[in-house]
Every structure is written in structure tokens, then in C-alpha cells.
Design a protein around this ligand. Structure first.
Ligand SMILES: CC(C)(COP(=O)(O)OP(=O)(O)OC[C@H]1O[C@@H](n2cnc3c(N)ncnc32)[C@H](O)[C@@H]1OP(=O)(O)O)[C@@H](O)C(=O)NCCC(=O)NCCS
Length: 182
């Protein structure tokens, strides 16, 4: 979660950008709670994927069930705004690596720090699992997500050609904790 001072700075940034946005932004920031997903909420996760990816990268119900019931340690966190799931993030531990499998926030709620908050909680889980590296794939065209990942230390290590169903390439991004700590 954002610390109080960070929250205040965010509010100040918003006032500078657009004074009329302030009420909406504060309302969202203060009323979002974060918790683990329940198995009966898979439909909400699919709805968010549909809204952000227009079905280009959505997971089937079976894929979510396999992930949530699999034998690898996972953490799936949802952002809940007044009883509605507006974003979620997921991470899977694979030996000494933690792989970020999902991060998505409904378009109307983006730009409020919710994606960063979800990411932060996934990183705390990875930290508790004592992994050495973190990894993820992201569309080469997805500048916004890449910026977010770079701010916390991820670097592009390779390009995976035709990674997505529609033929787009993926950047494979990695954060090495040993390098980060030096
Ligand atoms: C990537 C994604 C999850 C980010 O979620 P988000 O909630 O918008 O993320 P944040 O609000 O934490 O940060 C996004 C931007 O808002 C800015 N921001 C954060 N809090 C803010 C606030 N209170 N007021 C204004 N701007 C703010 C951040 O600085 C950041 O700016 P930048 O894009 O210029 O770098 C979201 O864009 C998304 O769902 N995209 C589609 C799915 C996707 O691409 N997922 C990643 C797959 S690898």
C-alpha cells in the first residue's frame, strides 16, 4: 500500500494536472481494498482481461482454475472498489524465480496507483518466498506496463518473437535481486 506521504504527493500531482479530477482520484485511492481472490471470482478476472486486452490475451476459466489450484505457490490479489473487482495481479513461484503472470486494471480506474499497489503486494509475496529473480512477459507495444516494470528495476533481457496469439512479439523482462541489492 502507498504510505501516507506518498498518497499526499499523488494527490498534489493530480491537482497540478487537473484540479477537477481530485475528488474522483481521492475517492478511488481511499476506497480500494486489496485481498486474495476467491475461486468463485474467476468470471470477474476474465471480464477485466476482456476489457483490457479485447480478447487478445485472455485466459480461459480452465487456465485460471489450473493456476489457482496448481501445485506451485501462487498469489492472486484483487483490487476491490465498493464490492466490485476493478483490477488484479498474479504471481507464480517457480523454484528460485517468481513469474508475474497477470496484472490488469479496468481502463476507467487506471492511472490511480492501483496497478502499482497490486504489483507491490506481489513483490512482497515473492520477497517472503525468498526468490532470487522475478520475470514476466509484456507486449512490445505495451509502453505503459513496461514503464511501470522499469520503475521497479525490471530490464528487458530478450525478445520472444510471435509470443502472443495475434503474432505480436513479447519482451521478456527480469529483475535480479542480487544485482538490485548491489
Ligand atoms: C499496466 C496497468 C496494470 C497499470 O495499472 P494502473 O493502475 O494504471 O497503474 P498505476 O496507476 O499504478 O501507474 C500507471 C501510471 O499512472 C501514474 N499514476 C499512478 N498513480 C497516480 C495518481 N494518483 N494520479 C495520477 N497518475 C498516477 C503512474 O505514475 C503511471 O504513470 P506512467 O504511465 O506515465 O508511467 C494497466 O495499464 C493495465 O491494466 N493495462 C492493461 C493490461 C496490461 O497491459 N497489463 C500488463 C501486462 S504485462
Amino acid at each position: 500500500m502507498w504510505k501516507k506521504s506518498e498518497l499526499l504527493q499523488k494527490v498534489k500531482d493530480v491537482i497540478k494536472k487537473d484540479p477537477f479530477m481530485i475528488q474522483d482520484t481521492v475517492a478511488v485511492l481511499t476506497q480500494v481494498s486489496y485481498r486474495e481472490v476467491r475461486l468463485d471470482e474467476i468470471k470477474s478476472l476474465q471480464a477485466i482481461q476482456k476489457a483490457v486486452y479485447q480478447d487478445r490475451s485472455s485466459w480461459s476459466r480452465y487456465a485460471f482454475l489450473a493456476e489457482l489450484n496448481g501445485n506451485k505457490p501462487i498469489k492472486y490479489i484483487v483490487a476491490d472498489y465498493r464490492g466490485t473487482i476493478i483490477g488484479f495481479g498474479g504471481i507464480r513461484i517457480e523454484d528460485s524465480n517468481a513469474h508475474i503472470t497477470n496484472l490488469a486494471v479496468l481502463p476507467d480506474y487506471q492511472g490511480n496507483g492501483i496497478g502499482s499497489n497490486l504489483l507491490e503486494q506481489l513483490l512482497v509475496f515473492a520477497e517472503n518466498c525468498e526468490v532470487q529473480t522475478l520475470s514476466l512477459e509484456v507486449r512490445t507495444s505495451n509502453d505503459k506496463a513496461q514503464r511501470l516494470y522499469k520503475t521497479i528495476g525490471f530490464n528487458v533481457t530478450k525478445t520472444e518473437p510471435n509470443y502472443y496469439r495475434d503474432g505480436e512479439d513479447a519482451y521478456f523482462m527480469r529483475l535480479d535481486k542480487r544485482v538490485q541489492g548491489e
